[in-house]
Design a protein around this ligand. Sequence first.
Ligand code: 13P
Length: 249
Amino acid sequence: MRRKLIAGNWKMNASKVQCEALISALLQNIPHSGGADMAVCVPYPYLAQVESALRDATIRLGAQDVSEHDKGAYTGEVSGAMLADFSCKYVIVGHSERRSYYGDSDEVVALKFLAAKRAGLIPILCLGETLEERERGVTRDILKRQLDAVFDRVSIAEFAGAVVAYEPVWAIGTGKTATPEQAQDAHAFIRDQLRLKSATVAAETQILYGGSMKASNARELLVQPDIDGGLIGGASLIADDFIAIATAA
Ligand code: 13P
């Protein structure tokens, strides 16, 4: 049985004061059922603060991006080792906002994936189609292309232990959620692609759904057989909403 993972992606939101309030509200209300793992992927400047606030807590820390390089003259970049230094367990790679606004190509995403692995971090590899691609009926081609680009550089042995997030671009921050059937179909397709490489890795890989997941739709998504959790944007900034999603999981 794969464990469920509920991960928040705060994106470029929060302040020191908000971090403190949000983390303390999460820690007071964390579900005790033990059914789902929880993580928060916070902006770089707040890693130290959240690391210290989460000390001894079961909520894990993550970051939202990582350099493909390990060290050196890369002004403005942050390495995997630096993230590990702040007790990060997870790092998101290939989020659609990085791909579309910052030009992270499929190849760069693969290099960032490898950089995360070298640093001992768990990459959360985001895949997903745009609305135009869905309407053209090429969703599976896009998911396959994004996944194949990683497997051009990453062996299945290196891939093992990573997390995948299916995030249809048209559902991110739009209030439009994929239906449980649409999401399950994409997740099953991704798992089938992994199965072509290794049945064990396919069976063990957590595949999260992301895109306007909230308390009111979490359960119907999370009961799907191939949906192993959520990567939550907006709703992860509101403690009650994030807790309600974790409780549903
Ligand atoms: P929303 O939950 O705000 O739609 O964001 C999803 C997302 O992009 C998580 O990475």
